[in-house]
Design a protein around this ligand. Sequence first.
Ligand code: ADP
Ligand code: RBF
Ligand code: MG
Length: 184
Amino acid sequence: MPIEPPYPVFIRSKVIPGFGRGSSDLGIPTANIPADDFTTSAVPHGQTGIYFGLAQVSGSYGSNNATNSPNKDDNDDSVTATANTSLISGQDAKVLPMVMSVGWNPFYQNKQASAEVHIVHKFVNQFYGANITIAVLGYIRPESDFVSIQALVDEINHDIEIMHDRLSQPEFAAVAADGAFSNT
Ligand code: ADP
Ligand code: RBF
Ligand code: MG
């Protein structure tokens, strides 16, 4: 079975500071990218919702200098990310499984759309300001509201199970070797 069009959709972007609660509230860090990089991609109508796929980060590790994220009126998000001198390498530089969320986070009633990628991998360091290449491979569900943070976390963990299940299907086997990813 071939991958269902329009997937795979490759997106190249940069990791920007988000709302600063993925790790603190949920224990599920998400690398945020400018939402436009998703909405202008080949994903149909750049629709909001939860997706699965693969991601690879490259460049340097970096931390977030934003004193008060998100920088709502600050279009130059890169100014709040400081690169450190060490290059992303080893397991951290591999093509890794991910789940991503695009939209307004109904649970938090965000005023601004976000696109954020949770990579299922333990990184040695933060990588704000790094490059990220994403292969969006399919849609899981629309965004929804929840009665509690725990209910949101449970649903995200369920999304991760669905992702592993879908990624184990043969049509996705070759995507990690796609030339869009770097093979260093
Ligand atoms: P923010 O609101 O600024 O996005 P998060 O709490 O969501 O903050 O944390 C995201 C940051 O954590 C990423 O930008 C990245 O530097 C780092 N990070 C560490 N591990 C991961 C991971 N497994 N997936 C995504 N980001 C991660
Ligand atoms: N936020 C919501 O408000 N509703 C959702 O249904 C929802 N689903 C998510 C699914 C995944 C796989 C991920 C990584 C995040 C999801 N979020 C959702 C976003 C979550 O609220 C956000 O990552 C944190 O608020 C940190 O920015
Ligand atoms: Mg985040």
